[in-house]
Unconditional design. Structure first.
Length: 129
């Protein structure tokens, strides 16, 4: 797999173990990560420096602001950053809603590392072209 050493991935997941393991995996593939345990802090970061983020990877079910709401907020900021959403609760309506609202990809947790990295790589290529 191609490595994108300069790509910055913003990861949002309220499960700290998942957040840390996902960040570690992506760093092994040469990505830089910015990690948040909630969407509110991620939105603040994107408003401050959204152009420095290549891809957002977010859980859907989180307390406070959900991943779908995060996606909607990112789209309202008129940013073209690809958003990949993940969930352990695979409901077809959720996937359809996420894609209709502009998600780049929708992954089911636990996600195979190769599928996650491939999705990130495709999103980075999409953002840069």
């Amino acid at each position: 797999m191609e490595r994108s050493n300069n790509a910055v991935i913003l990861i949002v997941d309220d499960d700290i173990a998942v957040l840390e393991s996902t960040a570690e995996l992506l760093r092994e593939f040469g990505y830089s990560t910015i990690n948040f345990a909630n969407a509110k802090d991620a939105i603040t970061k994107l408003k401050e420096n959204g152009s420095g983020v290549d891809v957002v990877l977010s859980d859907i079910r989180m307390p406070g602001i959900s991943g779908i709401e995060l996606l909607e907020e990112i789209r309202s900021l008129n940013t073209d950053v690809p958003v990949i959403l993940m969930t352990a609760h695979a409901e077809p309506d959720t996937a359809i809603s996420a894609m209709a609202k502009g998600a780049f990809d929708f992954l089911i947790k636990p996600c195979r590392p190769d599928l996650l990295v491939r999705s990130i790589e495709m999103a980075v290529k999409h953002k840069r072209h």
